[in-house]
Design a protein around this ligand. Sequence first.
Ligand code: CUA
Length: 183
Amino acid sequence: MTHVRIHRFEKLWLGAAFVLIVAFIATIVYGSLGPGVAMVGDDGGTVNPDNPTAADNFRDPGVYQADDDSYDVYVEARQFAFSPGTSEPIRVPADTNVTFHVTSGDVTHGFELVGTNVNTMVIPGQVAQLTVNFDEARTHHIVCHEYCGPAHHAMEGSIEVVPQSEFTPPQQAAADQSEVTDT
Ligand code: CUA
């Protein structure tokens, strides 16, 4: 058996490559355990991307009360607005569990509350779900962080978190579920 000699520089590069692999794995482990970075889950289910708000698991965009201290917010993203969010702010009460259900009616968008870890991709055909407990009454800025067309940079909105005492639940029609239409 011949003795294989590895050149000094080759050893150095092997070592450097190994250190990089370990570092990359460490950043992924840190991201998932620390800040909670994850793929868009499938908890929200799927919808017909051509008509997402007609799906059984989606509702007319807006804020709905689920129980005493939880709310559901259905948001549809389209070039170049969040509905609700852009033309009128999303109003929710502080210190409650607010679950956002966000989907897209056209291309991939982003949904991020600036300065927080509330951040998801919005993929056509999929409903992204995030539950947030806002501990202070303040306004949050929503931005789209996935390039979605020429006015991507202008796609934004806001969320007004108000004290529970000042919050009036939105009116909800008994038949708030929109009709499912055949496509
Ligand atoms: Cu929507 Cu960028």
